[in-house]
Write a protein that binds this ligand. Sequence first.
Ligand code: MTE
Length: 308
Amino acid sequence: MLIRKDYDPIPSSQITSESHYYERRMLMKLAAAAAVTVASPLSATLAFAKNKSRPGLELTSYDQITTYNNFYEFSLDKEGPSKLGQKFKSDPWSISVGGEVQKPLTLDIETIMKKIPMEERIYRFRCVEGWSMVVPWVGFSLSSLLKQAGLTSKSKYVEFETLFDPKQFPGQNRNFGSIPFPYREGLRIDEAMHPLTILAVGLYGKELLPQNGAPIRLIVPWKYGFKSIKSIVKITLSDHQTRSTWNQIAPNEYGFYANVNPAVDHPRWSQARERVLGKFFKQDTLAFNGYAKEVAYLYKNMDLTKFY
Ligand code: MTE
């Protein structure tokens, strides 16, 4: 198991989260060294690559990332998911990749973890509501999974679907009026194959908690958070633009692309600035959430006020 040795210097305000992180890292090391069977096979296989990403990003604390959540399958407020998710069962779990592919497949999480090396990615995360955070995700490039199914000339869009299980997700029992479950999200194939796009299985070196989308979720760091769909069970490749829950609910407010863009406001609020969780003062929002250099070329001939 590869354990990363370094970490960005973290300011004193983050000491709690840092010590938490190292404590866990030690536990993992001990578990591996003693060949102890840990509670879940995932914990033992999470591996860390040396941090090559963005120095200077200040991590949001583990507590904040895991107690301030949007997960409507559990609840409509921010505090509900961490409480209502405590009994959520994500083991066993499998994920299917089908539609316009050469070889449809269904893999359980353990197989994915064995086949694909995990790495750590420290990314900014910006919610369309105007708050943001910085998260050390653990995961792997979505492209490595899609390549296993084999793309065809008809693999032009990718649709993701969250588990539909009203016994586990109280929010799916209630009629919230307008949210059509299962939650679905979509990407264009070049976005899906982009190296920054990952499937995350952990954060801060721990397995994802239910409220953050256990056991596997999408992370597309240059897009608003609602694109980063949680608890995925199904991935379908398609030759036409796929469904997106928020785009279906309110197309004038939430576009299919949903690239972070300080110059295009939400109809009901400005997107120019954002509040970082745990910080008092707001900061400027960055084009493509700070990843313009890596991704702006994907949209070079598109009017981003139209394709928001
Ligand atoms: N995925 C599902 N299945 N259901 C949801 O309600 N909320 C989205 C996204 N993924 C959501 C989801 C929104 S609006 C955001 S901002 C992020 O998850 C929040 O992720 P976090 O709770 O891990 O911060």
